[in-house]
Design a protein around this ligand. Structure first.
Ligand code: UT7
Length: 329
């Protein structure tokens, strides 16, 4: 397959207004601003209100991207959504976004790959464009993780934030700009390091789910951390090799924003200098599938990405799943 087949059009994001600082957690359990900042790099994260559902946040962001492209919701051929915190389990999150947005001509479905969900969704959208199934595709990463965080578990509750990011993908318009390479990887044997067991057919609502806090995200943080650094650095190498580029060609690395120590260690291992790494984990915490599209939108608006920029996106999360994409803007 000869790339580029697809390019990124306008980006947009929606961030809930309510901010939770580290001091807010000091009221809930035994923790401190110092610990959270030093171990994670997080200062604050955004908490969605009852009205700010995933469907709402994703729709607001999608409207902005479509406006910028001069398109209407009816022009959208497909909506592909990465999320791990669906508003409801059935129908898919994408169907509810399609309905609220009024994208009546769009096929809509979710991609389940946790924090790597946005990059997996980009890969699916590229395939749809390659096969001629659609031309204008909204690729969304959106999460309301604060509703499935366990506020009796200090090691995970402090990490998560809410928000939505979107990119409008379309066929590449010239032979040089667009997606240059994609690398996707999974190791399901490590699924128990980061999971949410309750509410599915295996552990339906009831006494067991209640007792085991099955409704909430559970993570073996230290183990996940080790895999994250090793596998994200490797994913950077893999995507660059597939694109026929080296680290020196990169203008900006946008890694999944889970922990500043993971981001710094990944960049160091991959040989990418700090100035070329986009970081916003301090302001948003971990927004899972939303973290890369939110950072991407910020980077575009801040002028850190412009026409011709080589951007490397790298994600890692539950599954375990990981992924990387090189794009010439
Ligand atoms: O987005 C998907 C992928 N997710 C990630 O990549 C996250 C990966 N993991 C991490 O970011 C880190 O492992 C955490 C931030 C979750 C935890 O940091 P850590 O440095 O790995 O801490 P730890 O789990 O090894 O715990 C060290 C100590 C423990 O105390 P003891 O057993 O040494 O006495 C914890 O109980 O820190 C304690 N601790 C806390 N102390 C104060 C855990 N959470 C807190 C807290 N405040 N919030």
């Amino acid at each position: 397959m000869k790339r580029p087949i697809a390019e990124f059009g306008p980006t947009a994001c929606y961030i809930p207004t309510k901010v939770a600082t580290n001091a807010d957690f000091e009221q809930m359990f035994d923790t401190s601003d110092e610990w959270i900042l030093e171990r994670t790099g997080i200062r604050e994260r955004h908490w969605a209100s009852d009205e700010e559902t995933i469907a709402f946040m994703a729709t607001e962001a999608s409207k902005r991207a479509l406006d910028e492209a001069g398109l209407t919701p009816e022009d959208v051929d497909a909506i592909v959504v990465g999320t791990a915190s669906w508003d409801r389990l059935l129908p898919s999150q994408a169907c509810d976004i399609q309905a609220v947005l009024g994208a009546t001509n769009a096929a809509a479905f979710d991609v389940g790959a946790a924090c790597s969900g946005f990059l997996y969704a980009v890969s699916v959208a590229e395939g749809m464009i390659a096969s001629g199934t659609g031309e204008q595709i909204l690729v969304i990463g959106a999460e309301r993780l604060t509703r499935i965080a366990d506020y009796t578990d200090r090691s995970t509750a402090i990490l998560f934030g809410d928000g939505a990011g979107v990119v409008l993908m379309r066929p590449a318009t010239d032979g040089t700009r667009g997606i240059l390479s994609i690398y996707l990887k999974t190791d399901g044997r490590l699924g128990d390091l980061l999971y949410r067991s309750g509410g599915g057919s295996l552990q339906p609502p009831g006494e067991v789910m209640e007792r085991e806090h099955g409704y909430f995200i559970k993570m073996a943080g230290r183990e996940v951390f080790k895999h994250a650094v090793r596998l994200m650095a490797d994913a950077c190498d893999q995507a660059l090799r597939r694109a026929g580029l080296t680290v020196d060609d990169i203008d900006l690395l946008i890694p999944h924003q889970a922990n500043i120590r993971i981001i710094e260690a990944t960049a160091k291992r991959a040989g990418i200098p700090k100035e070329k790494v986009y970081i916003n984990v301090d302001r948003f915490g971990n927004t899972s599938a939303a973290s890369i599209p939110i950072a991407l939108d910020e980077a575009v608006r801040a002028g850190r990405i412009g026409p011709g920029s080589i951007v490397l996106l790298v994600a890692f999360g539950g599954g375990l799943t990981w992924a990387s994409i090189v794009i010439r803007w």
